[in-house]
Design a protein around this ligand. Sequence first.
Ligand SMILES: [Zn+2]
Ligand SMILES: [Zn+2]
Length: 355
Amino acid sequence: MSLRGCSLLSWLPVVFICGVLAWAYYAYLLPLCVYTVTDTTEKVCYLISYHGSLAMLLWAFFQTVFTPLSRPSKEFSLCKAERQALEGDGGDDGGGAERGVDMQRELLRCSAHSLPLATCTESGAIRYCERCQLVKPDRCHHCSVCDSCVLKMDHHCPWVNNCVGYSNYKFFLLFLLYAALHCVLVTFTVLRYFLRFWTEGLADTQARFHILFLFLVAAMFSVSLLSLLGYHGWLLAINSTTLEAFRAPVFRGGDEAGDFSLGLVQNVRQVLGEDPRLWLLPIFTSVGDGQSFPTRRRDEATSRLLGPRHRHVGRTLAVPDDEEDDEEGEEHTVFVNPAACSSSSAVIFMQQEEP
Ligand SMILES: [Zn+2]
Ligand SMILES: [Zn+2]
């Protein structure tokens, strides 16, 4: 079970956001629109735009919060024999170092054929999560807060008490967009009355303090949300994630072998979906399965990786299927090279057992 579901404290930021929105709703509705704004047309315009942007903000926000994590499918998990070999005496295969290197090359080649992997570790090994005991799909990372591998993980966001990844990145983007719009709208509509506060044109009532704080809070959130929106708009345009912006993915076959960026329009479509009419709605329309991604240069090697197996994996999004993960009756033995191990990853050597 993930940590985030167990801790009530982890929900505090979500409750805080809801609290701020609830207070702002009261302050905008009564102190501003009912008690302060006198012109009916202005009042109606304010109320319609406020409720419209608030509804979209809340829709995107709760979609981001409550969309389940997208985990790798069972095909990426190790079978029982492989796990046992990993937990056992890794690397003690009785062979020499040269044999180990050859074995590694051969087995990595085998892995490339069996799973749709275009990326690897910096040392060229298969990306593996010891905690989840699975081969990490491209762009998948382990979240220590959620204690799970998350597909196309962007970052863990405490404000939504959820991992932002393949399954909810579109919702997160739209949340930023509508939250920024909402705050900018409030800032500019309240500005006029905020200025009256200083020129003493506003009656000295409790309402004017709500208007004062409404402006300050909305302006503060506008600045931070617009900055964040700009950053994620840039990531969307170049088809990257927050994690990848800090550490670029390493492609098998070298830097020129691949790039997830397919050009601006295709990059946007990958996250927001193929149909532009649905781009601004917080419903899931992201392209693909979250486990493999097209690369810019789709030469023969890449096409092979994204071939029939890719389509097969594409059946599942987040929920692992119940298929056995033994592949076509082949027996594999797994060895771990301690020299190439890090705290979170290990090089896997897979060798077909000799008869
Ligand atoms: Zn993991
Ligand atoms: Zn997480």
